[in-house]
Write a protein that binds this ligand. Structure first.
Ligand code: ZN
Length: 288
């Protein structure tokens, strides 16, 4: 298990906010059937599954390429009121920023915070609490958010603590107010070999990053793929998916591309790996 992966001349590091928490398979994936996994427990257990629970981590992927530092998804964060999710509620004393420091990175060094989508477990470290106010954790960064994603959450209870755990108000609005947000749309090229890829379905305007450097490829896919069981069963969309049918179509297309291009799949919740290479097997996929 490694927390570092090289894609050509680009370096990707995993910075972990929550190392692992279990959710019952059929709670996360309402249409799942544990029997479908019976022949695969040798690689799923104990890292990705335990009994009938799937285990997820919550981590950022820090991408260093062409002299830029890009932090992809900022996890749960600290001090955020999340009373409906005890593991996420009012956290303090986590090792998140010290892991960044161990990579030689201060918050001021982050050039871009790329939010694949705006769920509460992807935006938490966007802000930190200082003197009772939420301020940007990364003071010099541009925060990149998909145009459709931002429009959706602005129109759907941005101040409502019952919507998305209230994450928009404490973790997105402050970086809008500090004028650090840039919207991204379509297949925008951020720099040579780094392109935005629309991945709608899990959320209305989810976006990923396609990285192609020195002949090697990876796809940072956010929650288009939540957990390794979806390699076997791409039709299992999560209960958190905004449009499960669109999420499945997005997932099948990206998994096919990743397998056919021999790329690395870089999700946001796979435990203890930065990413995986995959191969087609029947109607689904398996790790290589
Ligand atoms: Zn997530």
């Amino acid at each position: 298990m490694s927390n570092t992966l090289m894609i050509g001349d680009a370096r990707l590091d995993r910075v972990v906010d929550l190392e692992g928490f279990p959710i019952a398979l059929t709670t996360l994936f309402p249409t799942a059937d544990a029997a479908a996994l019976a022949g695969h427990l040798d690689w799923l257990e104990p890292n990705f599954m335990r009994g009938e629970d799937v285990i997820l981590s919550i981590h950022s992927t820090v991408l260093r390429v062409a002299g830029r530092v890009i932090l992809v998804d900022s996890c749960v964060g600290e001090h955020k009121p999340r009373p409906r999710h005890p593991l996420w509620h009012e956290r303090a004393g986590t090792a998140y920023l010290s892991q960044l420091a161990a990579l030689g990175l201060a918050p001021e060094d982050v050039d871009i915070v790329f939010c694949t989508h705006l769920h509460a477990d992807h935006v938490g470290w966007n802000t930190k609490l200082r003197d009772g106010r939420w301020v940007p954790t990364f003071p010099k960064a541009r925060y990149l958010i998909g145009r459709a994603e931002l429009a959706h959450w602005l129109a759907n209870g941005p101040d409502d603590p019952m919507v998305n755990h209230g994450a928009f108000k404490d973790s997105v609005l402050p970086v809008i107010e500090s004028r650090q947000v840039d919207e991204v749309d379509g297949e925008a090229e951020l720099l040579e070999g780094l392109t935005v890829r629309p991945l709608p379905g899990h959320s209305p305007g989810q976006v990923g990053l396609s990285l192609h450097r020195c002949g090697e490829r990876s796809l940072l896919c956010g929650d288009a793929v939540h957990h390794p069981v979806q390699l076997l069963k791409p039709e299992w969309s999560s209960r958190f998916c905004h449009d499960p049918t669109q999420a499945e179509a997005t997932r099948r297309a990206l998994l096919a591309d990743v397998a056919d291009q021999q790329a690395w799949l870089i999700p946001a919740h796979f435990r203890r790996v930065v990413g995986m290479q995959i191969q087609r097997v029947g109607d689904g996929f398996l790790p290589k």
